[in-house]
Design a binder for this molecule. Structure first.
Ligand SMILES: [Zn+2]
Length: 108
């Protein structure tokens, strides 16, 4: 069976949006020095996303199921924890050498 004709593009992992928003929030409030290069930020997002449960929905149909308020709260908590842990892990163990010089590759 070939699934080429089906539009899998409409599958959206809501977790992605939630993790990125949460990452944004936590980084804004972060006071310790932290590498904010593209690699590190993407590492943090990937790490957090691998920790939380995926939350797929079909974008055309809107929300596929109605999560209870309890579920939503628990999910938001798990996203917060996953993002927090991911930031700490990448901070302590970045995927590149830590240098005190400004990152290159930052130019627009
Ligand atoms: Zn970095």
């Amino acid at each position: 069976m070939a699934l080429d004709d089906y539009d899998f593009e409409v599958l959206k992992n809501e977790a992605e949006t939630l993790v990125i928003n949460e990452l944004d929030r936590q980084l804004e409030a972060y006071s310790d020095p932290l590498c904010l290069c593209n690699d590190c930020i993407l590492d943090m997002a990937a790490m957090a996303l691998n920790t939380v449960k995926p939350l797929y929905r079909v974008s055309l149909l809107g929300t596929l199921y109605t999560a209870t308020a309890m579920d939503q709260k628990a999910y938001a908590t798990s996203v917060r924890e996953a993002v927090f842990n991911a930031i700490e892990k990448v901070r302590k163990n970045p995927s590149h050498e830590i240098s005190s010089e400004p990152e290159d590759g930052d130019e627009e």
